[in-house]
Design a protein around this ligand. Structure first.
Ligand code: ATP
Ligand code: MG
Length: 335
């Protein structure tokens, strides 16, 4: 079966890592008809918007998109494409697996955490005001509806992927009402999922646990800001932004993308590590039911990283994006 999927190459290193990902998917044998759509700074020059309607239409039609990083032109009045996409498609769950690759960060080997981050509320609602000169207020907006659906997503995810425990990460000892609402919703949802062990952890303690006992954590469900910080911490544990994948999931569509940004400092130089987007594409393959191809790429990545000679510069190697991709394709073909 051929899948039609929207591809947004993105800005900066986006086109390079997107190209690499397409080639690796092809090597895995999966049949994809890419509908290439452009968004971001370059599009804004000619179309006056960073996110043309045709892009949203394409994603709604295909229900699945793979997206490279997109920078937001600073100071030109454009809204972030990432935020607009999330809101327009109501991509309420941000899923970020933090899994160590054998041979990359030996100290944190065995780490296998999945962070499920609420993607629409919290301090990201953008409700800020100046109360009087010298006094600013930022509103942390939390609704029961969003707490419940993100917790339901986390428990369903845990069941589907055979995980054992879901830990809600909060600061309800201080923010008794807002974080308290998350905690209450979590407890109610947990009762409906008796096969999964529920746990609760305060966010500062969680940060420490991630560093000291990363291998004891399983699935984490948390608010937008805590999720943002903890997932970058997680990325740091297992080898950095060049490695970790992500997915934005909603009821009508899913957008798979790396956690990293457009990295303009290394764009166009053939230095980018495409692993993060490739691993995001592996999540996408599971999502569309192509698990055989997904496992092939997984095995290819594991075998390539076990042999340490082929590494991109972010992991201390000297291989180019292209050399890495070529070696990975060979590993995938024989995996
Ligand atoms: P943006 O404004 O789009 O977020 P940024 O400059 O913040 O871009 P990030 O992608 O967020 O860049 O990452 C910060 C740094 O990490 C980059 O400058 C780059 O050096 C490095 N980096 C990020 N992604 C990769 C990657 N895939 N491969 C290699 N290095 C990367
Ligand atoms: Mg950035």
């Amino acid at each position: 079966m051929t899948h039609t999927i929207t591809l947004i190459p993105g800005d900066g290193i986006g086109p390079e890592v997107s190209r690499a990902t397409q080639v690796v998917l092809e090597a895995s044998g999966v049949k994809i008809d890419w509908e290439v759509q452009h968004a971001g700074a370059a599009v804004a020059e000619t179309q006056g918007t960073t996110l043309p309607n045709s892009v949203l239409e394409s994603i709604r039609r295909n229900k699945v998109a793979l997206k490279g990083p997109i920078g937001t032109p600073i100071g030109k009045g454009f809204r972030s494409v990432n935020v607009t996409l999330r809101q327009a498609l109501d991509l309420y769950a941000n899923v970020r697996p933090v899994k160590s690759l054998h041979g990359v960060e030996p100290r944190f080997e065995g780490t296998d955490i999945v962070i499920v981050r609420e993607n629409t509320e919290d301090l990201y609602a953008g409700l800020e005001l100046i109360i009087m000169p010298g006094v600013a207020q930022s509103i942390k907006l939390i609704t029961e509806r969003s707490c419940t659906r993100i917790c339901e997503y986390a428990f369903d995810y845990a069941e589907r992927l055979g995980r054992k425990r879901v830990t809600v990460v909060h600061k309800a000892n201080i923010m008794k009402l807002s974080d308290g609402l998350l905690l209450e919703s979590f407890r109610k949802v947990a009762l409906k999922h008796p096969k999964i062990e529920p746990a609760e952890m305060i966010v500062d303690a969680c940060a420490m646990q991630m560093v000291r006992n990363a291998n004891k954590l399983d699935v984490i469900v948390t608010e937008n800001l805590y999720g943002d910080i903890l997932s970058d911490l997680g990325a740091g544990l297992v080898g950095g932004l060049g490695i970790v994948p992500g997915a934005n999931i909603g009821h009508e569509a899913a957008v798979f993308e790396a956690v990293h940004g457009s990295a303009p400092d290394i764009a166009g130089k053939g230095l980018a590590n495409p692993t993060a987007l490739i691993q995001s594409a592996v999540m996408m393959l599971h999502h569309i039911g192509e698990s055989t191809a997904a496992q092939k790429i997984d095995r290819g990545l594991i075998s390539l990283y076990e042999r340490s000679e082929i590494r991109t510069a972010d992991l201390g190697g000297s291989s180019s994006t292209e050399e890495f991709t070529e070696a990975l394709c060979k590993a995938v073909a024989t995996a």
